[in-house]
Design a protein around this ligand. Sequence first.
Ligand code: FMN
Length: 184
Amino acid sequence: MGKKIMLLNASPRRHGNSDKIAQAFTAGAQQKGNEVTRFDAAFMDIGGCTACDRCWSKGEACVIEDDFKKLEPYYESSDVLLLVSPLYWGALPAQVKGAIDRLYAYGGSGGPKPLAIREAAFILIGELETGHIEYKPAVEAFRLMCDYLGWDNRGVIVQGGLGKADDVLNTDALRRVEEFGREI
Ligand SMILES: Cc1cc2nc3c(=O)[nH]c(=O)nc-3n(C[C@H](O)[C@H](O)[C@H](O)COP(=O)(O)O)c2cc1C
């Protein structure tokens, strides 16, 4: 049976490299009967965690009334999380950070609606060459998140050399990502 995959795209560039990568992954995953639901964090209203420690006090993971509410049902029902992100200043873009930080509600002893996600993967792109040390902190942060939430880390793909919005077309990344989607 196919998996339910939640794809979280961090890029604010509408038809950029992350968008093309997300589409390639989705095509591969769908070919194998998986269901992919994509969220573009940069076009959603998702603020940061306020450390109010009122998680679950109103029956849902987070008490803040914003678009994180749209993510909660998918965090609670998907099998796999795929994070697609450009590297910004050696880290992830601000727009996606809230969607990640507010997973806090599901950590520790959790709440009445646990995370369904058991597997995660990360596709990280940037302008610097693949293998540059600058990608390491974001990759490590992803690994730590997997460890903390008990997710099986299904893999990290780092693709560098992508500056302009179409640069990914000049690499083999889309082919590799589509294949990754078929194998997920
Ligand atoms: C604000 C900003 C910060 C960036 N910081 C980095 C960086 O630290 N390292 C890097 O390799 N590329 C950096 N880049 C380049 C992007 O990661 C790269 O162009 C990526 O392909 C953009 O993905 P997109 O086409 O999906 O928007 C930065 C771009 C922007 C707009």
